[in-house]
Design a protein around this ligand. Sequence first.
Ligand code: IMP
Length: 182
Amino acid sequence: MPTTNLQQGLEILYSREQIAARVEEIGAQISSDLKGEKIVLIGVLKGAAIFLSDLARAIDVDATFDFVAVSSYGKGQRSSGAVKLIKDLDESIEGKNVLLVEDILDTGLTLAFLRKLFMQHHPKSLRIAALLDKPSRRIEKIDADYVGFSIPNLFVIGYGMDYAERYRNLADICLMQPDHPE
Ligand code: IMP
């Protein structure tokens, strides 16, 4: 497969094949855990959009989608710390099995905020799927029920994840070097 222009000079951390294989495994696990149940997949925009679309097709359970958006990293690699809901759920989650789908579990601030918010709506169950987990960065105590890959403190891009809104459309998960030209 030839290197694309967008991907030129970027180091691949997980290839599209590795991601696809892991997403299939997570999907199978979720299907077995929620066998016979209905589920609502809630994606956190925008980073989780690609993961959710692949994961949804790997889950053999009656599923609907919803999306929320929260304030995020902005233009750089640093978090502002504060989490704010920018786009709320479209449908009530009361009494439903919720799977919160996120690209990266980093400090945990975003998912801790969303979990607390969603629990106030009394779902039947609430699980978290995170494609990547950076446990060493955690500020809020929170774990995902399903994790694609656990990684050290690296800044990654691709497969939905951005640097200043770019690179989301890379098919592989790549490393963003601190000195990479913008
Ligand atoms: P948390 O609230 O610190 O857990 O941050 C979660 C969000 O930060 C993720 O959904 C991403 O949008 C963003 N983020 C954290 N690490 C990275 C990264 O390495 N690359 C791109 N975005 C990241």
